[in-house]
Design a protein around this ligand. Structure first.
Ligand code: XMP
Length: 510
């Protein structure tokens, strides 16, 4: 399946995943691997090309990240971006210098003809973000672009072949960035554009069938996109030998469990069991108001429910999971500070008796997962579903959770969802939901004094949930949402709109 691959060596730059995504969008399969991968490892992929990413390092520092220089002698085309370009220059005997100040932002590049710049005007805008720069390229290399501040904005070594660009072709601010990457893939590496989701599905279905034979696979569905697409793909491959289980923790949105059952069991004919465990979860959450404690309780109760289910089910041959590529990269490289204990159904492997794990989506980015879902015929409502936290509405009812508060929140949230959809805003907003604050305030309804809850509306735009901005929902839409919630949801007499970005706030309130 992965004959045609371009490897991206990770030197820790912030745009690294973006490079891989861009390449795949251009039809070539790509993977991010650690910069320290051995030459043998790289050879084993038989890549059509190699990209060295940017990164926060300097080639001068004692702990600089340096790949095996032999990689430059494999006869495989190499493109170094930013730090990657400096590294090629440094390893091949060029001169890298450190500037007094960081160069950051757009600038104008002047280029000379090169395969890398095929179809690009002589002068174009590029995006820079660096302090070190290549002052003199290695012997035998040609300078193919300059800017006012960079004597070597790009160089080429036709013999390698190796190319270095000081700017970032993967970010949208580089005017012809996509063309440059495309030139590298198709003109220099001569890669074939065979990476499509249709091919992926065909190959994966064959692979699953071969691996599973007539045996049984268990998959836990959460209602989210990843597990839904993983289930549909597995079901396409092995039909009734896939057993799906959905744990209803009583913290889902209005109508969510029913919808999953309707689509997957009634519609697609999947072997799906929905376990109503809401009493178990809600009784353990009774009186708990600390956000971390809520998350921990829900995580551990999930495991217990699965443990019980596993005992009932007995041994299964395979456990399938909806792990996707960013999960794989993030757990393998780098560590982020713990802001919230995230979890979905990650603890499952420890309590289910199984032989092997199958992760059919582990090579795919989220947008690719969505494309696979559409290609498999899943409704847009499912494949474009907004992210929903594993602990569900528990982290959207601030303070102690009660069934009554959950019901109020579900109704308010349903109104919000209806209005966002009715106004055609669901495609633009990354995530939107209601939060039931723990605050009550005085209001007046009819001629009566009320003392009811305040609902907060959270709606954000984002690319990857790492950072987010509050969505500029038109005032009229906000007005309609507010008046409908206050009028239709008993127990609420005030609606506020959260206008905080992330950081400093997080998307969820808990
Ligand atoms: P925060 O609140 O940290 O959320 O800005 C970032 C994104 O992650 C989602 N989220 C979770 N997703 N399990 C999940 O699968 C969790 O425990 C969890 N907590 C937050 C959140 O909805 C947002 O999209």
């Amino acid at each position: 399946m992965k004959k045609n691959i371009v490897l991206v060596l990770d030197f820790g730059g912030q745009y690294n995943q973006l490079i891989v995504r861009r390449i795949r969008d251009m039809g070539v399969y790509s993977e991010l691997i650690p910069y320290s991968a051995s030459v043998e490892k790289i050879r084993s992929y038989a890549p059509s090309g190699i990209i060295l990413t940017g990164g926060p390092n300097s080639v001068f520092s004692a702990d600089s990240l340096i790949m095996d220089p032999e990689i430059l002698n494999l006869g495989i085309p190499v493109l170094g971006i930013c730090y990657g370009a400096q590294l090629i220059a440094h390893l091949k005997g060029g001169i890298v210098k450190s500037a007094a100040t960081k160069e950051y932002g757009k600038c104008t590049m002047r280029s000379v003809p090169s395969l890398l710049f095929k179809g690009i005007p002589e002068s174009s805008t590029v995006w820079m973000s660096h302090t070190d720069y290549v002052e003199t390229p290695p012997a035998g290399c040609k300078v193919i672009a300059t800017t006012d501040t960079c004597p070597v904005a790009a160089f080429e070594d036709e013999s390698g072949p190796a190319y270095g660009v000081q700017f970032h072709p993967e970010v949208v601010h580089t005017e012809y960035g996509n063309q440059i990457l495309r030139n590298f893939l198709y003109e220099i590496c001569r890669a074939e554009g065979d990476w499509t989701m249709k091919n992926f599905i065909g190959d994966m279905v064959d692979k699953i069938r071969k691996k599973v034979g007539g045996r049984k696979v268990l998959l836990a569905m959460s209602g989210g996109v990843d597990s839904a697409v993983a289930a549909t793909l597995m079901h396409r491959a092995i039909g009734k030998n896939l057993v799906c289980v959905l744990v209803d923790h009583g913290l889902m949105r209005k109508g969510e469990v029913e919808e999953v059952v309707k689509v997957f069991r009634d519609g697609l004919g999947m072997n799906l069991e929905a376990i109503d465990a809401s009493d178990r979860f809600l009784s353990r959450l009774d009186g708990v108001s600390d956000p971390e404690e809520k998350r921990k309780i829900i995580g551990s109760e999930f495991i217990r429910v699965f443990e019980d289910f596993g005992k009932k089910l007995g041994k299964v041959d395979f456990l399938a999971q909806g792990t996707i590529y960013p999960d794989v990269i993030e757990s393998g490289f780098g560590k982020a500070a713990l802001i919230k204990s995230h979890h979905n159904v990650g603890g499952l492997p420890s309590v289910i008796d199984f032989d092997e794990i199958i992760e059919p989506l582990r090579d795919l980015f989220k947008d690719e997962v969505r494309k696979v879902g559409s290609e498999l015929g899943l409704d847009k409502k499912i494949v474009m579903r907004q992210p929903f936290p594993g602990p569900g509405l528990a982290v959207r009812v601030i303070g102690a959770i009660t069934r009554k508060k959950l019901d109020i929140l579900r109704e308010a949230d349903a109104v919000l969802r209806e209005e966002i959809a009715a106004n055609g805003l669901d495609g633009e907003i990354w995530q939107y939901f209601a939060v039931l604050t723990d605050m009550r305030s005085v209001g007046v309804m009819g001629d009566m004094r009320t003392y009811d809850y305040t609902v907060a509306i959270r709606a954000v735009t984002s690319v990857d949930a790492m950072s987010a901005d509050w969505a500029r929902i038109p005032y009229e839409v906000l007005a309609k949402i507010s008046s409908r919630i206050v009028n239709e949801v008993a127990g609420v007499n005030r609606v506020v709109y959260d206008i905080t970005s992330k950081p400093p706030a997080t998307i969820e309130w808990e």
